[in-house]
Design a protein around this ligand. Structure first.
Ligand code: SF4
Length: 695
């Protein structure tokens, strides 16, 4: 590290803003600007600016903890004792119930090296099929839709800066102005260049404030909205027949599906007027180039894959895919949500984004791992299926959690918490004593972002290097060192290096020739640079900022229309539960809040949960701003102060999900799963809203 610090990246969201970390004049660490890095040009949001706060020893774990017997307290322990208790417990459960009874739950914030090593540890050391991660809750439906349509999923198949150069940008359930504020400069530039911005969101968010047209669609109706727009694009004569004929298959089926969604029907389903639909269809259809970016608002539904598929169909019909400054893409949320899903911690995938059920993929990865392909497990349970069955017959009886806090972030969280409590063994590796770690039998304190080197892959598919800038405090170990120690204790002393560069070099070999090919990317190449876009098959290759320009990734080179139709949500409002609940984030907190709730400035900006509701609904309930409201679904009840605002639809309330306790939004949410992707329906459930004293 020179006097001005070390180049690295933010520990939080998928923008992975560039920053420098330096030793502060009074000791400790401080974050500084890194203006040359192109994604954020030195601009950081409040979370990034305060990221050094979570490195303070008083904000985190620095000692392993072991629980004294069942029902006992967590107490400090030596690393030797903690690792011994963890390894013996994992071995014991495996011996009693079989390998699939040991579950592994990873996180979208883990570096590529950790995600890779965790997948290898699960499949080679534990021999379990049951590994999944919290990214399943984040973008799994978009990933499935993109693979189905294009043969490959990379969040953005183009650099983020391209969005400023498109003719019409549609953001569906995406709120970058609050979730990743430095990205807003691209939206502003789009408008300055004469482009059009359409935002689809049931709430008037900070992003919607920037839009030319805000479509305040009913929760769960984005699929119908896309079909209605495709219907009108066809009626307006704005289908690009040449593109459709040359580069796609399945248009006729998609056309038939769209024609069944005539504007008046779509108005009834979405709450968006026919005239607004017509305006949006004309803006998009006549723009010359167009882009659709989806995020969790469109994706976290039991029909999430089909919803994204419908928006992809709109892009394909108008020729807006596989061409410069056009396309359909997803704004991934978590810091390494992209890389985290590419390298083996997903239940159905192997490193390099290979399918676990593909014999050639199994043979390739098994050869790198030095094991028999037949010994690799098959695909296991998706995240909620794993968490929701813990401790039950056929479910996992031991769980290793690395970098995730499902007690706050999982749907139907009270049930998941109960299931975690029914385990024979819960081992948690984390940087803080999260709500999940508090339930553990063994807690392993991990080093964090600025204290260890590792790669992440941002929302654009740009692989970047977070460099170690500081020594970790006494008492913590890196996740790679923890996996190495557990592997050795379980009889695998070799094959689990703790040097991140050595792990990455193995990941390169494992990914070589796969859809997400990292073979030509190395730590050396990334050091001090702007990152390299995958695929990058050899060291002389420049990387691939824009995908699909010549062909899509299906064997015939063509994209596939999804041809889907509207269907209701897993749960719709009724007489007993008459209001929609939708959940989301606020700017000052991140995910389950395990880190950001420990930062005083962020806590001051967003101190706790709230229920946003429209003044008319508030009047009907006799509620005033700040009064405690009970939000009750078929799964449970959350209580938080009312925040009365015209920014939300009258039939909908909104809760951010960052907090535990009685205001935990996920106590209420519905785990209805998207059959194609395993995505739970975080973004919509039916609730009853009452003054807390009356509930
Ligand atoms: Fe960090 Fe995301 Fe904020 Fe950038 S936008 S500083 S990556 S949290």
């Amino acid at each position: 590290m020179d006097d001005n610090g070390t180049d690295t990246h933010c520990p939080y969201c998928s923008l992975q803003c560039g920053m420098r970390v330096a030793v502060a004049p009074g000791g400790g660490a401080e974050v500084r600007e890194r203006p040359a890095y192109p994604v954020n040009r030195g601009v950081l949001c409040g979370k990034g600016r305060s990221a050094a706060e979570v490195l303070r020893p008083e904000a985190r774990l620095t000692t392993p903890l072991v629980r004294d017997g069942r029902g006992g307290n967590l107490r400090p322990a030596s690393w030797r004792e903690a690792l011994d208790v963890a390894a013996r417990g994992l071995a014991d459960v495996r011996a009693r119930y079989g390998p699939d009874a040991v579950g592994v739950f990873g996180g979208g914030g883990l570096t590529n090296e950790k995600a890779y090593q965790l997948g290898k540890f699960a499949r080679v050391v534990l021999g379990t099929a049951n590994i999944d991660y919290n990214g399943r809750f984040c973008m799994a439906s978009a990933a499935t839709a993109h693979r189905r349509a294009f043969g490959l999923d990379r969040g953005l198949p183009f650099p983020l800066a391209d969005i400023a150069r498109t003719g019409c940008l549609v953001l569906v359930g995406a709120n970058p102005a609050e979730t990743m504020p430095p990205a807003v400069r691209h939206l502003r530039e789009l408008r300055e260049r004469g482009g059009t911005l359409i935002v689809v969101d049931p709430r008037r968010t900070a992003t919607a404030e920037l839009a030319d047209l805000h479509l305040r669609a009913r929760p769960g109706s984005d699929l119908a909205l896309a079909l209605g727009l495709l219907h009108l694009v066809i009626a307006d004569g704005n289908v690009d027949g040449e593109f459709v004929a040359a580069r796609t298959t399945g248009y006729e089926e998609a056309r038939a599906a769209a024609m069944a969604h005539w504007p008046e029907r779509v108005e009834r389903l979405t709450g968006v007027s026919v005239s607004e639909l017509a305006d949006a269809a004309r803006m998009f259809g006549e723009a010359g180039t167009g882009m659709v970016l989806t995020a969790r608002g469109a994706e976290q539904h039991s029909k999430g894959t089909d919803t994204v598929g419908a928006w992809i169909d709109l892009c394909l019909a108008t020729g807006n895919a596989g061409r410069p400054y056009s396309g359909c893409a997803t704004l991934t949320g978590q810091g390494n949500g992209q890389g985290g899903r590419e390298h083996g911690q997903k239940a159905d995938q192997l490193p390099g984004y290979r399918d676990l059920d593909d014999p050639a993929a199994r043979a390739h990865v098994a050869a790198v791992w030095g094991v028999d392909p037949g010994a690799l497990p098959v695909a296991g349970r998706s995240a909620y299926e794993l968490l929701g069955t813990l401790g039950l017959d056929g479910g996992a009886h031991a769980l290793l959690v690395m970098g995730s806090n499902p007690v706050v972030s999982a749907p139907r969280a009270a049930h998941v918490t109960e299931r975690l409590g029914a385990l024979d063994l819960l081992v948690v590796s984390d940087v803080v004593l999260s709500e999940t770690a508090r339930l553990a039998d063994v807690v392993l304190p991990a080093a964090q972002w600025a204290e260890e080197t590792g790669t992440t892959t941002n929302l654009e598919g740009r692989v970047i290097l977070r460099q170690r800038a500081l020594d970790p405090p006494e008492g913590v170990r890196t996740d790679l060192a923890i996996l190495r120690a557990l592997a050795a204790a379980l009889g695998r002393p070799d094959g689990f290096p703790y040097d991140p560069e050595a792990v990455f070099d193995e990941l390169r070999r494992a990914s070589a020739g796969g859809p997400a090919d990292y073979a030509g990317i190395s730590h050396r190449r990334l050091r001090g640079g702007e990152g390299v876009f995958w695929p990058c098959p050899d060291e002389a290759h420049p990387g691939t900022p824009r995908l699909f320009l010549d062909r899509f990734a299906h064997p015939d080179g063509r994209a596939r229309f999804a041809a889907v139709t509207h269907r209701p949500a897993g749960e719709e409002p009724d007489a007993e539960y008459p209001v929609y609940l939708t959940t989301g984030r606020v700017t000052a907190q991140y995910q389950s809040g395990a880190q950001t709730r420990r930062v005083p400035a962020l806590n001051a900006a967003a101190p706790g949960p709230f229920v946003q509701l429209h003044p008319r609904l508030a009047r009907r309930l006799g509620v005033v701003d700040g009064e405690p409201l009970a939000v009750t679904s078929r799964r449970g009840r959350a209580v938080a102060p009312a925040r009365v605002s015209e920014a939300i639809r009258q039939d909908t309330v909104f809760m951010p999900f960052h907090w535990p306790g009685e205001g935990r939004a996920n106590t209420v949410t519905n785990p209805a799963l998207d059959p194609a992707s395993g995505m739970p329906e975080f973004k919509l459930c039916a609730v009853r809203v009452e003054r807390a004293g009356e509930a």
